[in-house]
Design a protein around this ligand. Sequence first.
Ligand code: SF4
Ligand code: SF4
Length: 205
Amino acid sequence: MTSKRTIPVLSVEQRQHRASLQLDDFFHTVPSDIREKVQTLSRRISQMNARITVKLQEILRTADQIFGYAGKYAACARGCGHCCHVHVPISDFEAEYIAHHVGTKALPLKQSIHHDRMEYSGKTPCVFLKNGECSIYEARPLTCRMHLNFDIDSFWCQHENWNNPEAAIPRPDIHPLMEAYHMLAGKSEPVVADIRDYFPRGKNT
Ligand code: SF4
Ligand code: SF4
């Protein structure tokens, strides 16, 4: 990563303390109307008479609205791609959304594919990572939008630090976003797999 800031040497405790302050500052920066939109998301989604992908778009928009206030508090920077070298789980309806927006087709997987958390870590980039940047940025999955790091740098995102028992990427827990996402599938069980399973050749799948 090319960090936005000069990186002081910090202990794990100092990092955690600082990150929790950053997270607090971030939450306090978010205007009340955006907080309200997040809190009422599940209800709004359930009242929408629309296709699942339209409802998903509303969740993604809401995620962008709240995380649009994270910039100055997060270590995330353009070109920092450790988080694009990890398992990226998506559901079938999200694969459909991505396929529609990038003009390709997702493989029609019949059942979920389980992946170990470490399977891709540090080794296999996401198929949509091009020249260090997300090539489907506007259509990227919810998990990518939520994967922010409120530490001072990308230290805990680096693969070599993942086995450290103290490793914990300080990131926000925006429960209503995930609740609304899980609600989308309704009573049916979504097919969940890695983004690479759905799009083995990226946009050319
Ligand atoms: S989550 Fe980590 S790896 Fe991803 S952009 Fe942020 S700091 Fe970089
Ligand atoms: S979809 Fe984009 S942001 Fe998400 S892992 Fe792939 S390249 Fe990274």
